[in-house]
Design a protein around this ligand. Sequence first.
Ligand code: ZN
Length: 264
Amino acid sequence: MIENDLQNLPQWRDADMVLVGIGEDMQYDWSALTEDQRFQEIEKEIGGDEERIWIIPFLQKMVLSQKRSDRWSLAYERLRDVLAEKNYYIVSLCMDDKIFDAGIRKERIVTPCGGFRRMQCDNNCSHVLSEVPEQSCSDVLRYYRKEMPIESLKEPVCPVCGGRLRFNQLGVARYAEEGYLERWNDYMKWLQGTVNRKVFLLELGVGMEYPTVIRFPFEKIAAYNQKAFLCRVHASLCQIGEPAAGRGMPVRTDPVDFLCGCAR
Ligand SMILES: [Zn+2]
């Protein structure tokens, strides 16, 4: 583990506001699942069966709900601690919802790629999100524990059109942006309040997958706001181009390691 001096940076100490961008490189790697023997058996049993593939994300949700303490949990707890005294907003591209377990204020987090908290119709026929059916969760858990055969599992369906019900995540046939738009509007309002303020931009593992969501806008803020400071943490893509370069600090390291190395 590396130690870092984030809290000792004068730009951090003086910052009125902190904007955090969390990118694809902080996404949970699912190794807790993929290295699990029972999961490997299940993958074989499902094979390429289109009618059963829905079980996999429910198993992912099961792993997330077990709240194991891993490097991501520690990283998000450190993030919570360093932000405790700050006026912050967090934009995250991660779809694993790990951030929601750390006790960070939920009304200050927007996750435009969605997650496992709610479900939607695959076709977004009604623009309405629904709760995750507990029956499906418990059935999948029972199947995982070999208490129920795969034949007894029923895929949850949309109550309106009978189509597939899926987790509200980027990657479904028609992504329901309704899942994050309210938060996004809050974020836009919060951003307006950063004008001419000392804002510290902390980018964690944001690469080039969706650069228009975090990377480019953060660079723009650093370029235009003379009091802004951009700290870009990335294992490889940490360089900061002109004209934001004068108000930025590249940190070439893994973002999870970086957070774990923040002092308590
Ligand atoms: Zn539907």
